[in-house]
Write a protein that binds this ligand. Structure first.
Ligand code: C5P
Length: 220
């Protein structure tokens, strides 16, 4: 680690889920193992990048050789990403919870058998990717988002790229039956300003290596 085409480059990678508390013992979250994010951070570091790895509570441990910033909620993730800037590139692999629970309880909510059920009110979380993509001078030169789709992958990813204002979208088909969600392999389509490129199904580590190589080419 240290030497390579990304030597001297600083790259922020978000990974894992976020947890949004309901009370001190309960939360809502998206499903995310953090496997693709950890693999990508490892691949970028292997090419010499200084990686700031901003991770929610993931199942997969962070790779060696990266600077780890642990967060729990989307708002903490946003703050950690902002604190990590400026950077040459930022890659958003995290599965951020779209909503948080308004007025999370400070004490454990007591279960009253047969009694009133708790009512949750949600608030929208910040969109970290869209926020960073819209920054002025602090905007990384390359901003990459991920998109988990179950249909019309290219059309949806292209629309997402426009909506989020990022440079690339890495889209994957997570339809039931693909075994991709939580599995060892991924099949991605890379959407850039030049169009969409579908890669064959391959191990997540290889997707990470290919993406890291593309990022290195682009930042060169
Ligand atoms: O809108 P959607 O969740 O499908 O977008 C996915 C992309 O946006 C991912 O790159 C994800 O990390 C990022 N994202 C984010 N903050 C959010 C929601 C999504 O950074 N609140």
């Amino acid at each position: 680690l240290g030497e390579g085409p990304l030597s001297g480059r600083r790259i922020v990678v978000t990974s894992g889920p976020t947890h949004e508390p309901i009370d001190p013992v309960r939360y809502i979250a998206n499903r995310s193992s953090g496997a693709q994010g950890a693999a990508l951070a490892h691949a970028l570091a292997a090419l010499g990048a200084h990686v700031v790895f901003v991770t929610g509570p993931a199942a997969v441990p962070p790779p060696e050789g990266v600077e780890v910033r642990r967060v729990e909620t989307a708002r903490e993730m946003l703050a950690a990403v902002e604190a990590a800037l400026p950077a040459d590139a930022a890659v958003f692999t995290a599965a951020v919870a779209d909503w948080r629970v308004e007025g999370a309880a400070q004490e454990k909510i007591k279960k009253v058998p047969g009694g009133d059920l708790p009512q949750l009110t949600f608030r929208e979380n910040p969109d970290i990717l869209a926020h960073v993509a819209a920054l002025g001078p602090q905007r990384p030169r390359l901003v990459v988002g991920f998109a988990a789709e179950t249909q019309d992958v290219v059309a949806n990813a292209t629309a997402k790229r426009d909506r989020k204002g990022c440079d690339w979208i890495v889209a994957n088909d997570v339809s039931p039956g693909t075994g991709i969600m939580g599995g060892p392999e991924n099949a991605v389509t890379l959407v850039t300003e030049d169009g969409a490129e579908s890669w064959p199904r391959m191990p997540k580590a290889e997707v990470a290596e290919r993406l890291a190589a593309r990022i290195a080419e682009t930042l060169a």
